[in-house]
Design a protein. Sequence first.
Length: 630
Amino acid sequence: TSEWKGKRINLIDTPGHVDFTVEVERSMRVLDGVVIVLCAVGGVQPQTQTVWKQANRYSVPRMIMVNKMDRSGADFFKVLGQTKESLPGMHSTWANCHPIQIPMGAESNFMGLIDLIEMKAHFYEEDDPMGKNIKIDEIPSDYKEEAEKWRHTLEEAIVECDDALMEKYLEGETPSPEDLRRVLREAVCQNKIIPVLCGSAFKNKGVQLLLDAIVDYLPAPSDVEGIKGTLPDGEEAVRLYDPSEPFSALAFKVMNDPFVGKLTFLRVYSGTLNAGSYVYNSVKGKKERISRLVRLQADERTDVESAAAGDIVAAVGLKDTSTGDTLCDQDKPIILESMDFPDPVISVAIEPKTKGDADKLGTALSKLAEEDPTFKVSVDHETGQTIIAGMGELHLEIIVDRLLREFKVEANVGKPQVAYRETIRNAVTQQGKFVRQSGGRGQYGDVVLEIEPGQPGTGFTFENKIVGGVVPREYIPAVESGVKDAMAGGVLAGYPIIDIVVRLVDGSFHPVDSSEMAFRTAGSIGFKEGFRKARPVLLEPIMKVEVEVPEDYMGDVIGDLSGRRGKVEGMNTTDHLSKVNCNVPLSEMFGYATDIRNKTRGQGTFTMEFLHYEEVPTSISEEIIKGKHH
């Protein structure tokens, strides 16, 4: 949190690596505006596209900062071209990237930039490494034509967003800088224009103008219409960004702090929150006390007495609140829209190195899982091993490193395992019957299930189609629970089952012997038997891989990716650097970082992110199933 020109800016910096997509996801959910930083040399990367899609999903207004203008190979206009070609949604009319500045010079000759709104040049002095002394002057004659061309393009884009300004413009009137700024702000807030800026953060060049642009163009909380939520009766409601409205906030991050314990980061959407007050967690149905409120700036903490609509603060003292929970006024409860986090795709077995580490390991892992919704901890009931799962090899390596650094726990880690899934290809109808008679009261549960494949990505759908009470209403949730029990443990090879629809269509009961337990067991038996008959298949995670290598190594790299069952989606070469886009099964990508370094003498790089699940080829599937049953 910092101040600039009398405005408070709450800034969240997120990691660029795709394994930490959770940080971007939860930040997008609570932010009002985004600055997407691109490298003037590297330009649009695969991760840029992922972040852009996340910003699209939450409709977050944004601007682009082209950084590192002083680096060798920097090219502002090349990067600008890439944004129009490569960013999802950029071909549509509502989103256009327009420079509001252009650079003067590049690489070691980067001497400043031209502000296209004021049409003035900002010069940075060579002997001033921190960019403090800025000289504002007329645009040099050799940049005049270029500046006027880009100013004309910007003017046209801005006046199109305002009828009154458009009318004046068509009559030949030049819009004033004040008018341009006013309409540009409205256009940015509505996602109609995306301003592009440039500079060099390392040399502090262009940073002041970036902060000005954040204040001038990105929305303040008052510019946003309000936050939608759901009332206890299921009705939709809107809370306005107003300190006098009933209090509501979203917990978007949990962090364990060595000094104060659990810190819960909150975005306050409406009303006011006071330190020492009680709040209501409407997701968990629990009352919580906020003992302290702190504002953070990197590692520094400042205690504050209260936080109002629009603020981001961290609360101390919340015991039951986790990421995605809503805190609100108990008299005016509301549940705000939460966040979606992807399921882990890779897992490893972990065990403590010594007996001393054993006691601490469980506590440390549960604290880390509380912080990171994409990190999961479970126990393999067959082997008794503790399994940790995450978004990629780097993600899990960092978890193990944090165990040692923050919790002083040493652990041994097994080989990475792929998070396979199971599903079916055919539809079946199957009876599940559980009858037990052993003196006294018996057990009786009988169901008929229709089981069919669901759409990819839909998970599990359960439908109750019972007519005439052949299965009493109170036993229906038990049948669903039984099906879920069977799905969690898998049928083919013990992997969770996904993308399936189950309908309860018939059954029977016994007035004395039927119970919830009997129907739960019947549901589980029916599902397992039906699943085996419905052409079950194994699914594997497919990763979207982009490899960048010097042109000479291109043939070897493509051959290697094909050998890893990769499907090449596209390739291009610029400046002797070749890029290959490829979809590859995760199981074939372990150790790739070392392999590509060896193949390209350390010059190759790659990025990888989860794309979707696909059926495993039969020969490989048989090996995996055999391996699980031995």
